[in-house]
Design a protein around this ligand. Structure first.
Ligand code: HEM
Length: 154
């Protein structure tokens, strides 16, 4: 994969803007995940017993942040090394957590869609097709690494 400096910059710049409003971003992200895949709701400890998306839940914020931040880091690595390298311990931990929670491969497409829609609505007219491609590529590479690890876990 060739990931350009321009693509890395697009991801980083848009993340700098998005992270100014983490509480709203997190809630919007999870609202979208559950809109697309209501059946995924019970997997999340902080969603399973409520009808509403909790507004200020630390675990909810932590998961949303991990998805955005790790995708952003993945963009940096793609540009620097041409591939995504997640520390071994992190990757096997991530694989184990997701297998244990009942996550399956198609869920990663749901999360990708929610990530892109959250970016689109957060960035408004600053969002564009080039940014979408850059975030998609960075996310896909990270998701592949996690899914591969999940196969090892099963
Ligand atoms: C937990 C990251 C995709 C569902 C976690 C945790 C991390 C993480 C770091 C551990 C939190 C802890 O330490 O307890 C990521 C990243 C993803 C991703 C970086 C994609 C790039 C997904 C997908 C799903 C999912 C696709 C399913 C829709 C969960 C669930 C938990 C979890 C259910 C347990 C959360 C809880 O109840 O507290 N994820 N995740 N994740 N993840 Fe993901």
């Amino acid at each position: 994969t060739t990931f350009t400096e321009k693509q890395e910059a697009l991801v980083k710049e848009s993340w700098e803007l998005m992270k100014q409003n983490i509480p709203e971003l997190s809630v919007r992200f999870f609202t979208t995940v559950i809109e697309i895949a209501p059946q995924a709701k019970p997997m999340f400890s902080f969603l399973k017993d409520t009808d509403e998306i909790p507004q200020n839940n630390p675990k909810l914020k932590a998961h949303a942040m991990k998805v955005f931040k790790m995708t952003c880091e993945s963009a940096v690595q793609l540009r620097e090394k041409g591939e995504v390298v997640v520390a071994d311990s992190t990757l096997s931990y991530l694989g184990a957590v997701h297998v244990k929670k009942g996550v399956i491969d198609p869920h990663f497409e749901v999360v990708k869609e929610a990530l892109l829609r959250t970016l689109e609505s957060g960035l408004g007219d600053k969002w564009n097709e080039e940014m979408k491609c850059a975030w998609s590529e960075a996310y896909d590479q990270l998701a592949t690494a996690i899914k591969d690890e999940m196969k090892e876990e099963r």
